[in-house]
Write a protein that binds this ligand. Structure first.
Ligand code: PLP
Length: 516
């Protein structure tokens, strides 16, 4: 057992208890790997200048004061640090003892030596008799607990699937199967196009469930739709090109497609989808149009057949590309899911993009592009340059998940769950938010689009919602040009009926406060 010691500080007279610096070495295995990361702070020079223990002391103290070693961070054992520095242990022991004594370090019984979790103020003042140090750089401000990214799992979080119904048992069995059975060739670099078995399974799913015209050879596996859009930008767009964007539309697509020298042009969306008349009026320099025909992000409408045909005709006539983002088309509550626009195209001007983010979970980071044969080589080259290929383990798991029928079963189950959640949201809104907002569209997908009375500041609503632990997307943030309509995009996929009921009640209170 290590022995506790008590030391009285010469300056303040306070007693400090600590386990001497040797405590973590008594009988405990030395972790040789603990030291290398702090070596940059210890540029030891031998035979000149200060003694070795002084150099070790100064280097560590400086790193602590500069915030490079943080409170609570473990420092290496004296034995492994001495070994890394190629010196005897004595100078390191002496330096550690001094730092422990001064309160820069603390020992914890049985677990090692750490930068003191709450450094005393006097530790931040230069030590009397110590080498004059450069003025300490400002210490990092205490961190305020950040908002969970994008709203985390808060009610109304957009893009959140029903993770509480995820088939963990099947999934973990498949993950374990492939993790244990990973062959050396699966541990090497993979095909930038993706795993053959997954490409075949995705192609079959798209042909049957989405009426996409495709062969496995056209399916390119990528790290989600965002990566797919970025890839489209790399391959298709050059300086001076214009890209038509749905207005209002998906901000993520703007971020991916708005590369240097490319002009994004807003084209209004109405109850039938993108206004193709307005698109026609844009002239000749439009190289591509980004569209979400199954479930328009943000207004939630599905593009009418007439508009689809007009859009295909426009692309053919102009030699432009249509980037079809089919992000959550599997879920439609009023009729059977609509077929993809890509399947209606006879001329191969549609690049079809899909993702597993909504149908499984976003952290999987797997999506796909159905690439027209004429563009295949260019897409492959760009994909290879971008991030080479997607992790093989998840691809293997997904391939089995699809081919063994788990995916189709999962979609069927989820459709029922989402229908119940959507209905709960709608009835909650009717009960608690009547007269405060208007439901614009709730036929498909995992969010309901609502509009607020003109003049209401939807960003302010979101801020007030955040203070009540809710989240949402402001419709005004979906406009490329001036926002025309305030509103809220309310996700319902990630919360059960009880949470949605409570959340709509809170939302009603927030809206009433703001419109009083
Ligand atoms: C319109 C749209 N496209 C695509 C995605 C999914 O992107 P990813 O596959 O990169 O997760 C989202 C997610 O929010 C989306 O709203």
């Amino acid at each position: 057992m290590p022995h506790e010691r008590t030391i009285t500080c010469e300056r303040c007279g306070r007693e400090r208890h600590f386990v001497p610096f040797l405590h973590d070495h008594f009988g405990a295995p030395v972790r040789a790997s603990a030291a290398p990361e702090i070596l940059p702070h210890l540029p030891i020079t031998r035979g000149a200048g200060a003694a070795l223990h002084q150099q070790v002391y100064d280097g560590l103290r400086r790193a602590i004061l500069d915030g490079l070693l943080r409170p609570g961070q473990r420092v290496p054992s004296t034995r492994s640090l001495a070994a890394e520095l190629g010196m005897s242990r004595l100078p390191v022991l002496t330096a550690y003892e001094q730092l422990l004594h001064e309160g820069y370090l603390e020992g914890r019984v049985g677990s090692g030596t750490f930068v003191t979790a709450s450094l005393p103020d006097d530790a931040l003042r230069p030590r009397r008799g110590s080498q004059p140090a450069a003025a300490p750089s400002p210490r990092p401000k205490p961190r305020v607990r950040p908002e969970p990214f994008g709203g985390g799992l808060r009610p109304f979080r957009i893009s959140a699937p029903a993770l509480d119904h995820f088939p963990h048992a099947v999934w973990s069995r498949l993950v374990a199967r492939h993790a244990y059975g990973l062959t050396p060739s699966h541990m090497m670099y993979g095909d930038p196009a993706g795993l053959e078995s997954l490409r075949a399974a995705v192609a079959q799913h798209l042909r049957t469930a989405r009426a996409v015209r495709c062969e496995a050879e056209q399916v390119l596996i990528v790290s989600g739709s965002q990566a797919a859009l970025r890839l489209c930008a790399t391959v298709l767009l050059s300086r001076g090109d214009r890209v038509a964007m749905e207005e209002p539309g998906y901000p993520g697509a703007r971020a991916a497609l708005g590369t240097e020298g490319v002009e994004l042009v807003p084209v209004p969306v109405d109850d039938e989808g993108l206004d193709v008349g307005a698109l026609n009026a844009l002239g000749a320099r439009v190289r591509a149009a980004y569209i979400t025909p199954s479930h328009q992000y943000a207004l939630g409408v599905s593009m009418s057949a007439a508009r689809r045909l007009a859009l295909l005709e426009w692309a053919e006539r102009r030699g432009a590309w249509l980037l079809e983002d089919d992000y959550d088309s599997e879920y439609r509550y009023v009729s059977r899911p609509l077929g993809a626009l890509q399947g209606m195209s006879a001329h191969g001007r549609v690049i079809y993009i899909g993702t597993f983010s909504k149908v499984l979970f976003p952290a999987i980071r797997v999506g796909y592009v159905v690439v027209p044969p004429s563009l295949w080589d260019a897409f492959m080259k760009a994909r290879d340059a971008m991030d080479v290929f997607s992790p093989t383990l998840y691809q293997l798991v997904l391939a089995d998940f699809l081919t063994e029928g788990h995916f189709a079963r999962h979609l069927r189950r989820m459709r029922m769950i989402y229908l119940r959640r959507r209905d709960a949201l709608l009835s909650g809104l009717a009960r608690h938010c009547e007269g405060l907002l208007t439901v614009h569209n709730a036929d498909a997908g995992l969010h309901v689009t609502t509009t607020l009375a003109p003049g209401v500041d939807d960003v302010q609503v979101i801020e007030r919602m955040a203070a009540r632990s809710l989240t949402a997307i402001a419709l005004s943030s979906c406009y490329l040009g001036p926002a025309r309509q305030p509103g809220l995009l309310l996700g319902f996929g990630g919360s059960d009926e009880r949470r949605l009921e409570a959340a709509t009640r809170t939302l009603g209170e927030v809206l009433r406060e703001l419109t009083r």
